[in-house]
Design a protein. Structure first.
Length: 408
C-alpha cells in the first residue's frame, strides 16, 4: 500500500486486486495536480512556465458542495480524496463516481473502507448507468480512448448547467488537440493549464446554448470473410472497446484458428471485449454453454449485443462482469479462449495475463484446455509451461502465436 499526500491529509491507497509486492501506485501526478487545484493550492509554485499567468493557478478552493461527479477515476484515488475532504469539512451533496471498470469500483470500495467512509457516502456508477440529472462539479480523468470520452461527454452534457465547474486532468501524453475539441464541441469553451510534472488540467465553461446531440455510440460493423462461422456477421461495439472501429489483427488471427469442438461443454470467452470470439465458439458448437467475462462494463454490454444479434432464436449465454475467473466455480469449464491485455491503463505489465492464466487453470476441468493468442515477443509459452506443465504452439505467424495448454 502506498500513501497519497492530499491537501486534506494522507491516504493509504491500493489497486485491485491488492498484491503485497505491488509496485504500481493507485494514482499519478495528474490526480495530484487536480486535487491541489481543487484545494486552492498552487501546483505551479517553483516552476518556470515562461508563459505568463497560468489559468490553473486558483484564486481559492473550489466549491465542492452540490453534486460532484468523478468520471474515469483510475483506482479511486480522486473519489477517496474527495470523500476524505467531505468527512473533514462535513460538505453536503452527492459524490458520484462513474467508471467503466469493475476493478476500479472494487479498488474504490477498499480505499473508502480504509478511510472509514460509510457505504452510503459515495455512489458508484458505471458508464452504462444513467448519469445524475444535475451535476454541479464535473471532474474528468481523461481516458485513453477518445471514443469513451466522446460517449461520456454526450451522456453527461444534459446534466451540466452554466454554473457547473468542469475540470479535466491527464498526463501530457493523454491530452491532445482532439481531446480539447471534444470538450469544446460538446460542452463549451475550453483551455488548458501549464504542464506540471508531465500533467495538465483542462478547464471548460459550459455554454448554455449548446445544442445537445445523442451519442454516436455504439458502433457496428460487418466482419470480413475468411473467419469461419462469424464471416460477414455484425459486431456491436460500445465506446472504449479495444479496436471498436474494426477487427484487430490479433483477434482476426485467433478466429481463423479456433478449436473445432462439439457436444455440450462449458466455454469461457475470457476478457471478451466485443464478444466476437465467444460468439464464434457458440455458432460453431450450438450445444456449448458460453460465458463471456470482462472487467469492463462496456465490453460486457458489447458482448451481449454481439451475441444476441448473431445467435439463433433460443440461444443463451452468460455475461459476467468481474475479475477474471474469480467468480467461476473450480473445475467447471471445458475450454477457455483468451486474448489477454498486456497493459493496465498506461502501465505495461503481465500481471493481468498471469491472473487470467492462473484463474483458467483453477476453473478448468481435468483435460480442459486454455487457448491463448498473443504477440510472439510476450513469451506467454514460458508462463503457461510453468503453470500447466505443458504448452503447445497451435500456429504462429511473424507477429502472433496461438498457444494451447491442457489441465492435468
Amino acid at each position: 500500500m502506498n500513501r497519497l499526500t492530499t491537501p486534506w491529509g494522507d491516504l493509504g491507497l491500493t489497486r485491485f486486486p491488492e498484491h503485497p509486492r505491488e509496485t504500481l501506485r493507485a494514482w499519478d501526478s495528474a490526480d495530484e495536480y487536480l486535487l491541489q487545484h481543487l484545494a486552492g493550492a498552487d501546483a505551479t509554485a517553483g516552476t518556470d512556465s515562461g508563459h505568463g499567468t497560468d489559468p490553473a493557478r486558483p484564486a481559492g478552493p473550489t466549491d465542492l458542495s452540490g453534486t460532484v461527479a468523478v468520471v474515469g477515476d483510475r483506482w479511486g484515488a480522486l473519489t477517496t480524496a474527495l470523500a476524505a475532504h467531505r468527512l473533514d469539512l462535513s460538505v453536503t451533496g452527492p459524490l458520484v463516481q462513474i467508471t467503466d471498470s469493475y476493478l476500479t469500483q472494487q479498488a474504490t470500495r477498499a480505499n473508502l473502507r480504509r478511510l472509514g467512509a460509510g457505504p452510503d457516502g459515495v455512489r458508484l456508477m458505471s458508464v452504462r448507468d444513467t448519469p445524475p440529472e444535475r451535476i454541479d462539479v464535473l471532474l474528468i480523468r481523461v481516458p485513453k480512448s477518445l471514443a469513451m470520452l466522446e460517449d461520456q461527454l454526450h451522456r453527461l452534457a444534459p446534466a451540466v448547467h452554466p454554473g457547473t465547474v468542469v475540470v479535466g486532468t491527464g498526463r501530457v501524453t493523454e491530452i491532445h488537440t482532439s481531446t480539447l475539441k471534444l470538450f469544446e464541441q460538446l460542452l463549451g469553451p475550453t483551455r488548458t493549464s501549464l504542464a506540471v510534472r508531465k500533467a495538465r488540467l483542462i478547464f471548460c465553461e459550459p455554454a448554455p446554448s449548446r445544442v445537445r446531440t445523442p451519442s454516436p455510440w455504439p458502433h457496428s460493423y460487418a466482419l470480413p470473410d475468411g473467419l469461419g462461422e462469424v464471416s460477414g456477421r455484425t459486431v456491436v461495439n460500445h465506446a472504449g472497446i479495444f479496436c471498436a472501429e474494426r477487427l484487430d489483427v490479433g483477434t482476426r488471427f485467433f478466429l481463423r484458428h479456433l478449436p473445432r469442438r462439439h457436444g455440450p461443454e462449458h466455454v469461457v470467452d475470457l476478457g471478451c471485449g466485443n464478444g466476437v470470439v465467444g460468439t464464434a465458439a457458440a455458432l460453431a458448437n450450438p450445444e456449448a454453454r458460453v460465458t463471456f467475462i470482462d472487467e469492463s462494463f462496456s465490453a460486457v454490454a458489447s458482448a451481449e449485443a454481439t451475441f444476441t444479434k448473431n445467435a439463433g432464436d433460443g440461444a443463451s449465454a452468460a455475461f459476467v462482469l468481474g475479475d477474471g475467473l474469480s467468480d467461476i466455480p473450480a473445475g467447471t469449464v471445458d475450454l477457455v479462449l483468451n486474448n489477454p491485455p498486456f497493459h493496465t491503463h498506461q502501465a505495461t505489465t503481465d500481471a493481468t495475463a498471469w491472473r487470467m492464466f492462473t484463474g483458467s487453470r483453477a476453473a478448468l476441468r481435468p483435460g480442459g484446455e486454455l487457448w491463448v493468442v498473443g504477440n510472439r515477443h510476450l513469451g506467454y509459452h514460458a508462463k503457461l509451461r510453468r503453470l500447466f506443465g505443458n504448452c503447445e504452439v497451435v500456429t504462429s505467424d511473424p507477429k502472433f502465436v496461438v498457444l494451447r495448454s491442457v489441465r492435468s
